[in-house]
Design a protein around this ligand. Structure first.
Ligand SMILES: C[S@@+](CC[C@H](N)C(=O)[O-])C[C@H]1O[C@@H](n2cnc3c(N)ncnc32)[C@H](O)[C@@H]1O
Length: 281
């Protein structure tokens, strides 16, 4: 009789584990009930996707950090899977959207359901999202205190911050702008900032646990920028072992292909994102 394997990482069966290792990760998630609030953020991720990733890299009750939390895809994924989580987000508009979801939704049988107007039940306790610059919040987190860091960082450089709708928030624009990783001066500067993120993640993550990042590649000024590859190289400099990736594509929200340089030269329609899997070994 073979020795019974103990699952040291998650609560999956061996077949569930096996199927999750397919490098092609094609999903077809339709918009969930919170989508009408989350869609204000142009780069939000489906809570179902985040729940699926969280289920692989943690056990029930463990704690996940998302230092670039947006409108809360990862935190909602944690709520769906009975994990604890902490999110950090720079833009107050996105924190407000997340708080509105926490106030008006509940988790029932693994899905997010809108609370009825006359629902008297106590509100669900959702994971906390802290407003601030992750570089200022990281030092408040203890060494080796987290079971996984799962995030979707801003990718690129010289983006404009969107989402500041009110006058007060608009006045904060300059302050926030300089801290938003999407506004790095160029890709080398972005990679330097990502290295700083990696160093902080290395410190707060438990040994043998995972840092998972969703990152799209870019095409800019006629150049293909393999951002997933570049960031994984930087993280190896920090000390992480690059364990591989999954190529993710959500069919349900795929944009129509654009006719870039047809009959002239190959220009890709980038319809996938890289899910980089790094381990603190
Ligand atoms: C790609 S989005 C994350 C979206 C998220 N996964 C969701 O489902 O909504 C990246 C987020 O990082 C935030 N961000 C950028 N620089 C930051 C910083 N220095 N500290 C914390 N958050 C930051 C941006 O405001 C943006 O919302």
């Amino acid at each position: 009789m073979g020795k019974k394997l103990t699952n040291r990482l998650n609560d999956l069966t061996s077949s569930e584990w096996l199927y999750w290792t397919d490098t092609l990760y094609i999903t077809n998630y339709p918009p969930d009930a919170t989508h009408y609030l989350r869609k204000a953020h142009g780069a939000m991720k489906p809570p179902e996707l985040m729940a699926d990733i969280i289920k692989f890299f943690t056990k029930k009750g463990e704690t996940v950090l998302d230092p670039f939390a947006g409108v809360g895809g990862t935190l909602l994924g944690a709520a769906l899977t009975d994990r604890k989580a902490l999110g950090i987000e720079l833009n107050p508009e996105w924190v407000k959207v997340y708080q509105e979801i926490c106030r008006t939704f509940k988790v029932r049988e693994g899905i997010l359901e809108r609370r009825g107007d006359f629902d008297q039940s106590p509100p669900d306790i959702f994971p906390e999202m802290v407003l601030g610059d992750c570089f200022e919040i990281f030092p408040t987190l203890a060494d080796g205190s987290l079971d996984a860091v799962i995030t979707d960082p801003p990718y690129g450089c010289q983006h404009k911050i969107s989402g500041f709708k009110s006058e007060t928030n608009f006045n904060m624009f300059n302050l926030q702008e300089s801290k938003d990783l999407a506004n790095a001066a160029d890709f080398p500067a972005f990679l330097e900032l990502m290295k700083k993120v990696g160093q902080e993640v290395w410190r707060v993550l438990k040994s043998k646990r995972y840092f998972v990042m969703i990152l799209g590649d870019r095409y800019r000024d006629g150049e293909y920028i393999p951002l997933g590859y570049l960031v994984s190289q930087v993280m190896q400099e920090v000390g992480f072992k690059f364990k591989g990736l999954r190529i993710w594509c959500n069919k349900a929200t795929q944009r129509p292909l654009k006719p870039y340089a047809i009959m002239t030269s190959f220009v890709p329609n980038i319809t996938h994102q890289n899910i980089l899997i790094l381990r603190k070994e």
